[in-house]
Design a protein around this ligand. Structure first.
Ligand code: DAK
Length: 260
């Protein structure tokens, strides 16, 4: 499939989606969000892909938000459709059975911050800036920012960031837990690929179950979350990979996982 606004790369079991609209700082137009939905669907159906990296083209921006030149023409029905498209994308990223990594290489504002927060792991370059500046435009986050930011940094800090529209730098984002680490700009992708490769070498069913249980469990009381964990833990003992992983340990050799 030929994309107008994305670059897609598959290598060594890792898919990389690069949002490629550098002239508008990779702003999310409707067409870009629609293409992202298709690209994520494509990754979902590909058993060879063990991890997904999402980034923006160039060194200045991950995504500087939803495309303001397009939003300026929207009324309520079009805004609802746009917001649904964005929610579908963020939900699809969270539902992928593989880990997703946001390589935040510059501005991650508005829809860009929301997209990063829909990924499992977020790494930032030194020049990255995060924020939900929608109130500057007299709107609110529309791709899940009100809920995901509150879950990531707590409702108190989320209120401050969303009410003021303030941008925070990479170090502050890391201190808040919004980013896991801050990397030099020219080392960000190598770091993200190294993390993706490390994960890709593990038992894929186990990684997938861990993602699912952490996501579902974080919205449940502890006992219910532990019940989910028990079921997933036990189910993995029915997999070939579990036999292989434990046999390889005892035989002091590398494991060869098949995802079965
Ligand atoms: N949309 C469109 N174009 C953008 C853009 C954006 N979000 N951000 C930057 N650009 C364009 C600029 O217009 C400029 O284009 P030219 O003038 O060169 O043609 C080019 O990118 C370079 O930007 P600047 O010249 O402004 O670059 P600076 O380094 O001076 O400033 C900046 C960088 C990121 C601080 C600044 O560009 C900026 O403040 N950008 C806007 C950031 C922003 O407010 N983003 C949040 C957008 S709101 C909803 C659904 C979704 C959402 C809300 C509701 N529903 C449907 C309910 C989401 C909303 C948002 O994401």
């Amino acid at each position: 499939m030929a994309y107008q606004n994305l670059l897609i790369d598959h290598s060594d079991g890792i898919a990389t989606i690069t949002i490629n609209r550098p002239k508008s700082l990779n702003a999310l137009s409707t067409a870009t969000v629609a293409e992202l939905n298709l690209a994520v669907e494509g990754v979902d159906g590909d058993r060879e892909v063990k991890a997904l990296i999402l980034t923006g083209a160039g060194y200045k921006a991950f995504v500087a938000g939803a495309d303001i030149s397009e939003m300026t023409r929207m009324g309520t029905p079009a805004a609802l459709t746009f917001s649904e498209l964005g929610h579908r994308l963020c939900d699809a990223l969270e539902a992928l059975p593989i880990p997703t990594i946001a390589a935040v290489n510059g501005f991650a504002l508005g829809g860009g911050c929301e997209l990063a927060m829909a990924c499992d792991l977020v790494y930032a370059s030194e020049n990255a800036q995060f924020g939900q500046p929608e109130v500057n435009l007299a709107v609110i986050p529309g791709f899940g920012g009100t809920s995901r930011l509150a879950r990531r940094v707590g409702p108190h800090k989320a209120r401050e960031l969303i009410f003021t529209g303030d941008r925070i730098d990479a170090k502050t984002a890391a201190a808040l837990g919004l980013a896991l680490a801050v990397l030099p700009s020219d080392g960000l992708m190598a770091h993200c690929r190294a993390v993706a490769q490390k994960i890709a070498a593990k038992g894929p069913l186990a990684v997938s179950q861990a993602k699912k249980v952490i996501a579902a469990g974080s919205d449940l009381p502890l006992q219910a979350a532990n019940a989910l964990e028990r079921q997933a833990f036990a189910a993995l003992f029915g997999s070939l990979d579990q036999k292989e992983g434990m046999a390889a340990f005892l035989e002091k050799r590398p494991a060869h996982f098949q995802g079965r």
